[in-house]
Design a protein around this ligand. Sequence first.
Ligand SMILES: O=c1[nH]cnc2c1ncn2[C@@H]1O[C@H](COP(=O)(O)OP(=O)(O)O)[C@@H](O)[C@H]1O
Ligand SMILES: [Mn+2]
Ligand SMILES: [Mn+2]
Ligand SMILES: [Mn+2]
Length: 201
Amino acid sequence: MAGRDLSREDALSRLDHKHACHILLYADSNAKLFGKIPIKHIVLMQMRFDGLLGFPGGLVKPSEESLEAGLSRELQEELGAAVPVTMEDYVSSHLAQSPPRLILHFYSKKITEAELLEIERAAVSNAVDHGFEVLGLTRVPLYTLRNGGGLPWFLSHSFISNSRAQLLEALQRLDLVSPQTLKEAVKKAEEMRHTVKSDPH
Ligand SMILES: O=c1[nH]cnc2c1ncn2[C@@H]1O[C@H](COP(=O)(O)OP(=O)(O)O)[C@@H](O)[C@H]1O
Ligand SMILES: [Mn+2]
Ligand SMILES: [Mn+2]
Ligand SMILES: [Mn+2]
């Protein structure tokens, strides 16, 4: 994963650092794209105000709130939903490559498809940050179409900080995408960065 892996204790001991917490919310799904390509899992990300893809979450001051309480607060602001985050959902902490003295804590949490749909529905009307810090939620396509559409093209977009690495690590760790498919998608994404996109249909 991009950035140096830190233990939670080591991370929290660095009082002169800024801390940010972000979460990958996901659900299983039996839905099929075009009635034939299994979606399998829904993974939520968002388009940010700066035009970069990232996960919901944000800056947390450990002196004022626990990492988990801070992340829940950010989810209320960015998703307009009360998502209870606990230490069970904690995955890792990384020292950002830049800016200096920023530690990125990552979480993942499985919810039901109905809960995820409710978050997507409510975000537009309830999230105070909707249309400002958050331009909209997006799902991550986990399938790969014959011409490389789907996950490879998604990975060819621009991501904030180490969120692309967080996504790839989680897809592997949670077994949401097979290692082979992931490897091929990353490779195709590299190629895609330098080609013109044709209509995926
Ligand atoms: O999804 C992410 N994964 C990892 N780091 C992120 C992600 N989104 C933002 N960051 C980093 O964390 C910092 C604070 O996050 P964010 O921009 O979400 O704060 P905010 O929501 O409190 O305004 C950003 O400046 C960026 O460096
Ligand atoms: Mn914030
Ligand atoms: Mn925020
Ligand atoms: Mn944020």
